[in-house]
Design a protein around this ligand. Structure first.
Ligand SMILES: C[S@@+](CC[C@H](N)C(=O)[O-])C[C@H]1O[C@@H](n2cnc3c(N)ncnc32)[C@H](O)[C@@H]1O
Length: 200
């Protein structure tokens, strides 16, 4: 499979330089609204998130999720292509920046991956598939993958690729897959999709 593009780095780095810590939210969201948004994401995730040892926060940004997840895990790894978290007051124990690939983690080494509004930004289907494969590789067979993605009313924007939850679920090939609509920024603005990691 073709290796993913690094194009995302330029885009996210530029947004970070312009918008500071609020770059993780929608355009024009300030930091307080970004925190509110994460409180709502976590409110939904907490209902289904199983406490475990090692979690990977894939595309962790400034670490908005970190304080919420930390009490429920013993090992936390945050990864991002942009080094935002280094400037941010939260210090993550195992934070890694990776502008390249693959993920700096061994096969079957994490119990859960959380991807919070990250995969929706992979425009090219080959990139999307490459990173899915990578996240599945590092997740144990007994592990769970949790995704929050924007529904975007089915539209595409220049920095986002709309994929229905059926399409995302099919690509991720998760067992016992469950989906929930989330009313975060507006009714049905996002969905939460989670399931066990099927390797076959
Ligand atoms: C909308 S922000 C969300 C950040 C964080 N998950 C949160 O909810 O606060 C998307 C993040 O995904 C990161 N990202 C985009 N493509 C990525 C990739 N291929 N690998 C890792 N991180 C990526 C961006 O740098 C950015 O920090």
């Amino acid at each position: 499979m073709t290796e993913p593009h690094d194009g995302g780095f330029e885009y996210w780095n530029e947004r970070y330089e312009k918008e500071g810590a609020s770059y993780v939210g929608k355009n024009s969201m300030d930091e307080r609204l970004c925190e509110d948004q994460m409180n709502k994401f976590w409110g939904a995730l907490r209902e289904v998130f199983k406490d475990c040892d090692h979690v990977l926060d894939f595309g962790c940004g400034t670490g908005r999720l970190y304080p919420h997840v930390l009490p429920h895990v013993t090992d936390y790894t945050g990864c991002d292509i942009v080094d935002t978290v280094l400037d941010h007051p939260i210090s993550m124990p195992f934070y890694q920046i990776f502008k390249g690939k693959p993920l700096p983690l061994q096969d079957n080494s994490v119990d859960a991956v959380v991807g919070c509004t990250v995969f929706q930004h992979m425009i090219e289907i080959d990139d999307f598939r490459w990173w899915i494969k990578e996240c599945k590789r590092v997740t144990r067979d007994t592990g769970t993958i949790y995704l929050i993605e924007s529904l975007l009313n089915g539209q595409n924007f220049s920095d986002m690729q709309y994929r229905s939850y059926e399409e995302t679920a099919k690509e991720f090939h998760l067992g016992d897959c469950t989906v929930q609509d989330l009313n975060i920024d507006e009714p049905k603005s996002h969905y939460l999709l989670y399931g066990s990691n099927c390797k076959k």
